[in-house]
Design a protein around this ligand. Structure first.
Ligand SMILES: [Zn+2]
Length: 278
């Protein structure tokens, strides 16, 4: 079709009414092709910014092999999940630290983790955080002189992960510990506060209700009476939220039966329910 248009544009006959119509038609055709390319309906042979290609077979295979959350989705929702993963990979810069490259498997699974958390929000991609730093193992932080498994740094717009700890988080999917979800949850809360296109997407009233119940649970944890969260959840409201997210996805039955109100509010906040995937 492109050759056909080029032939029309290159035609050298003197202008007449007919050839004028042909030129208009040619320009309209080009416009249609560009628009179709922008909506992803045709393969233009080049990347239109913001509109990545569909997820490759290799990347889908990685999801199928290693990401149970994806496997349990309906075909329709799988497609949406794939699109979100592809877009996430497309817009983030993955930076290797102490390893030669960030592999396809690392990119796909780290992105899938972010998509799992934000699946209820089709347009939220944690856009403030442009860089994902991947270390092979726990890394030494020169800021507070300790070893870390992961952190979220809004100043440097960066999410940092130890790949070993990330994999361990998914290796045992029901122990309520998941480094990837924990750090993404920190990024989600920060993203909600940062003024940009994704600002304030979490419902304020629901968030207030969440904090009211979270404060009560945190007080119990500090007294040594945690119902299911590990002690670390009592550190501050951010850590409480991240630990709650880990349990929400990894131990939803227990979470719902022991803390039904907190669980129900997380369902509202994240616009998804792990016990009831649509
Ligand atoms: Zn944390």
């Amino acid at each position: 079709m492109t050759n056909f248009i080029l032939l029309i544009l290159l035609q050298t006959e003197p202008p007449s009414n007919d050839s004028f119509d042909v030129v208009i038609l040619a320009f309209l055709s080009v416009a249609v092709i560009i628009l179709a390319g922008m909506t992803g309906r045709v393969n233009m042979g080049f990347q239109v910014p913001g509109f990545p290609r569909p997820l490759s077979a290799k990347r889908k295979q990685i999801l199928n092999k290693h990401f149970p959350f994806y496997k349990q989705l309906t075909p329709d929702r799988r497609k949406r999940f794939e699109q979100k993963v592809q877009y996430f990979i497309h817009v983030k810069e993955f930076i290797p630290r102490q390893i030669p490259i960030v592999t396809e498997e690392m990119k796909v699974l780290i992105s899938a983790c972010a998509v799992q958390l934000t699946f209820g929000y089709p347009k939220v991609f944690l856009s403030h955080f442009k860089r994902i730093l991947v270390y092979p193992d726990n890394y030494y932080s020169t800021i507070n002189k300790t070893y870390h498994k992961g952190e979220v740094n809004p100043r440097f717009r960066t999410i940092v992960l130890s790949w070993k700890a990330f994999v361990e988080g998914y290796f045992n999917p029901i122990d309520g510990r998941n480094l990837g979800l924990h750090e993404m949850a920190h990024a989600l809360r920060l993203e909600n506060l940062i003024t940009n296109a994704e600002f304030n997407f979490l419902d304020e009233e629901v968030l207030q209700h969440w904090q009211y119940l979270a404060d009560q649970e945190m007080a119990s944890i500090k007294e040594g009476n945690s119902r299911m969260f590990r002690e670390y959840a009592g550190t501050d409201p951010d850590e409480f939220f991240s630990v709650a997210i880990e349990n929400f996805f990894e131990r939803p039955e227990k979470f719902k039966s022991l803390m039904p109100n907190l669980y129900a509010i997380l369902v509202l906040l994240l616009k998804q329910d792990p016990l009831n995937p649509i």
